[in-house]
Design a protein around this ligand. Structure first.
Ligand code: N01
Length: 540
C-alpha cells in the first residue's frame, strides 16, 4: 500500500484539499495518493460515508441495484465484496464504504467532525485557504468539492417547529442507534423518496402514522429481495464487461436502450410492457420502457395512467387513493420513488393521509401538527422535507474565488459550471457531480468515478506541464450551460416544480441543474476535452 507523503498533522503544504468523505471524497483520496500527491479530506459527519452516514431513517435503501451501486475501480474489490440484497440498505452500503476505507487505508487522511466553514482563493500564493469550524486553516493548491448533491437539508418551512414538544427527526440527520416508535403517534411531513421509504417501516411499529402530503408523487415497487449467490456470481464473472456497459449507458446502469415511442405500439402491448417493468421493480425499467417518456407529454401520460391505476387498485379507501394519485407533474420529471409497500401502508389501521392541497399546513403546535382544517396530535415529527439540492452544500462552504467573488453571487441567476466540473472565476476548484453534469440523473457511483478520474487526470496533466492554475474559460462555460438548458428544454423536466429545478427552496433561481443528455454522451464530451489538451480550461 503506498503511504501518503503528507504528514497527517501538518495544516499546510497540501496539494489537494477534499471536502467530503463519501463515495467521492474517499475515491479522490485513493486516486490522489496514487499520483503521489498530498491530499486531505474534511468531513462534517462524525464518520465517513456521506449520504449513507446521515440517512439512517427506517427503510433507507438505494434505488440503484447493489451490483451497480459500487466502485468499479478495483477488480479485486468488486470480486471480494458480497451483497445480501438486490437493493442495498443504508447499513450495508455504509459497511461497504467502511470496508473500502480500511482496505485502501484511507481513514488517516480524513478529518471527521470537521466542517469546511470558509474557503478563499489566494491569487498571490496560488492556493486555496480553507478554514474549518474548529478554526484550523489549511492551504492547498487545489480544492475539490466532494460535498454530495443531496446533503444540505433545506429549511423545512414549517411554522412553529420550535414549539413542538416531541421528537423532531429529519430523515437526512437521523440519530445513530435505534429510534423506537412503539406505541407512538408519528407525523411524517413529506412524500419524496425519503418519506415514501420510511412510512411503511414506521407504520409497522407505531400506533399511528399521519402522512402530510403536499404533492403526490409517482412511486414504483422496488421488489427488493435477497440477492441469490448464483445471481451475484453471474454478474461477477463478467463484471468488467458489465461495468463497461454501465459507463456507456444513458444512466450508468447497463440495460436495453429503448428505441420505440410509447405511442407507436398497440395499447395492449404497451400495457404488457409496463406490467413487466412494474413487476420486475425499480426505477429505470419503467422509465426506459420507451424512448419518449421524458420528452413527449402524450407518451408520458400512458405511463402515468398505468401507475395511477396501480395506486387505485392497491389503496382500499377511494378518497385516499385519489389523493395519492399524482397529477401535478409528468411521470419522471420529479425523481420517481421506489418503495416497499408504501401505498399498501394506507390500508393499515392507524395510517392516514392528510392532503395538504385540500387543507394547507398551518404549522407545528406543541403537541402535533395543525392544518387549516384541524389538529393532528403527534409524539414524533418526522421531517422528510428534502434538500437544497446540488448547490446548497457548495454555497454553504462559501468559496470565494478571484477578487473575492462569492459562489452564491456567481450563481445568483442559477448555477453555471463548465461541464459541471469547474466554475469560471474559481481557479483550481473542482466539483464532483456538480450542476451541469448528469449526476443525480445517473447512477451516482458511476458518475463519481468518472469525475474523480477526470479531475485527477487534469491535475496530473497540469503538473506535468508545470501549470499551477487551472480555470474554466467563461465562454466555454457559457456554451456548456446553454447546451444543458437547451437539452433540458427539449424534455418535460422543466414542467415540474422539482428540486432538479431548484423549485423546492424559496427564492432559489429556477434553472434545470443536472445535465439530461446521458452519461454516455457526457462521457464522450469529457474524453474529447481531455484529448484536446483540456480545451475550455486555461492552464497557466
Ligand atoms: O426529498 P424531496 P427526499 N410542507 O425533496 C415536502 C434522493 N433519495 O429527501 O413536493 C409540506 O424529494 C415536499 O413537498 P413538495 C432522491 O434523489 C433517494 O424525499 O415540495 N411538505 C416533498 O413531498 C430524492 O429525490 C433515495 O410539494 C413539504 C418532500 O417534502 C432526493 O434524495 C432515498 C414542505 C420532500 O421530498 C430527495 O428526497 C431518499 C413543507 N413545508 C432520497 N417542505 C433512494 O435511493 C417540503 N415538503 C431510494
Amino acid at each position: 500500500m503506498p503511504s501518503s507523503p503528507h504528514p497527517a498533522t501538518a495544516p499546510d503544504g497540501l496539494d489537494v484539499l477534499v471536502v467530503g468523505a463519501g463515495f467521492a471524497g474517499l475515491y479522490l483520496l485513493h486516486r490522489l495518493r496514487g499520483l503521489g500527491l498530498c491530499a486531505l479530506a474534511l468531513e462534517a459527519g462524525s464518520g465517513i460515508g456521506g449520504t449513507w452516514h446521515w440517512n439512517r431513517y427506517p427503510g433507507a435503501r438505494c434505488d440503484v441495484e447493489s451490483m451497480d451501486y459500487s466502485y468499479s475501480f478495483d477488480p479485486a474489490l468488486e470480486q471480494e465484496w458480497s451483497w445480501t440484497r438486490r437493493y442495498p440498505g443504508q447499513a450495508e452500503i455504509l459497511a461497504y464504504i467502511e470496508h473500502v476505507a480500511d482496505r485502501f487505508d484511507l481513514r488517516r487522511d480524513v478529518r471527521t467532525a470537521t466542517r469546511a466553514a470558509a474557503a478563499a482563493w489566494d491569487g498571490g500564493d496560488r492556493v486555496w485557504r480553507v478554514r474549518t469550524d474548529g478554526g484550523t486553516t489549511y492551504a492547498a493548491r487545489y480544492l475539490v468539492m466532494a460535498t454530495g448533491c443531496l446533503s444540505m437539508p433545506k429549511a423545512p418551512g414549517i411554522e412553529g417547529l420550535d414549539r413542538f414538544q416531541g421528537r423532531v427527526l429529519h430523515t437526512g440527520r437521523w440519530p445513530h442507534g435505534e429510534v423506537d416508535f412503539t406505541g407512538r403517534r408519528v407525523a411524517v411531513v413529506g412524500t419524496g423518496s425519503s418519506g415514501i421509504q420510511a412510512v411503511p417501516v414506521i407504520a409497522e411499529q407505531a400506533a399511528e402514522v399521519t402522512v402530510f402530503q403536499r404533492t403526490a408523487n409517482f412511486s414504483l415497487p422496488a421488489n427488493d429481495r435477497p440477492l441469490a449467490p448464483d445471481e451475484q456470481e453471474a454478474v461477477k464473472r463478467r463484471y468488467r464487461e458489465h461495468r463497461a456497459q454501465a459507463r456507456r449507458s444513458p444512466t450508468g446502469i447497463p440495460g436495453r436502450k429503448a428505441d420505440r415511442s410509447a405511442l407507436e405500439v398497440p395499447e395492449a402491448e404497451r400495457t404488457a410492457t409496463y406490467w413487466d417493468a412494474w413487476e420486475r421493480g425499480g426505477l429505470f425499467g419503467m422509465l426506459r420502457s420507451y424512448n419518449d417518456l421524458t420528452t413527449d407529454a402524450d407518451a408520458n401520460a400512458t405511463a402515468a395512467d398505468f401507475i395511477r391505476e396501480r395506486i387505485a387498485e392497491t389503496v382500499d379507501d377511494p378518497a385516499t387513493a385519489e389523493a395519492l394519485a399524482p397529477r401535478s407533474h409528468p411521470f419522471g420529471t420529479k425523481r420517481p420513488c421506489i418503495d416497499s409497500g408504501y401505498y399498501a401502508a394506507f390500508n393499515r389501521d392507524g395510517v392516514r393521509l392528510v392532503d395538504l392541497r385540500a387543507e394547507p399546513l398551518a404549522g407545528a403546535t406543541p403537541d402535533g401538527v395543525a392544518t387549516a382544517r384541524g389538529a393532528y396530535p403527534a409524539d414524533d415529527l418526522v421531517l422528510a422535507t428534502g434538500y437544497d439540492a446540488m448547490t446548497g452544500a457548495l454555497t454553504a462552504v462559501d468559496p470565494r474565488g478571484r477578487g473575492g467573488l462569492r459562489l452564491h453571487e456567481a450563481w445568483a441567476e442559477g448555477p453555471t459550471a463548465h461541464l459541471g466540473l469547474a466554475v469560471a472565476g474559481f481557479p483550481n476548484m473542482f466539483t464532483v457531480t456538480g450542476p451541469g453534469s448528469p449526476s443525480v440523473l445517473s447512477n451516482m457511483v458511476v458518475s463519481i468515478e468518472q469525475h474523480v478520474e477526470w479531475i485527477t487526470d487534469l491535475i496530473a496533466s497540469a503538473r506535468e506541464r508545470g501549470a499551477e492554475v487551472v480555470e474554466a474559460d467563461p465562454e466555454a462555460q457559457r456554451r456548456w450551460s446553454a447546451h444543458v438548458q437547451e437539452v433540458a428544454g427539449a424534455t418535460l423536466f422543466p414542467r415540474a416544480d422539482s428540486w432538479y429545478m431548484g423549485a423546492n427552496v424559496p427564492g432559489k433561481p429556477r434553472v434545470f441543474m443536472p445535465y439530461p443528455g446521458g452519461v454516455d454522451v457526457y462521457r464522450d464530451v469529457l474524453e474529447d476535452v481531455a484529448a484536446s489538451g483540456y480545451e475550455g480550461f486555461r492552464l497557466s
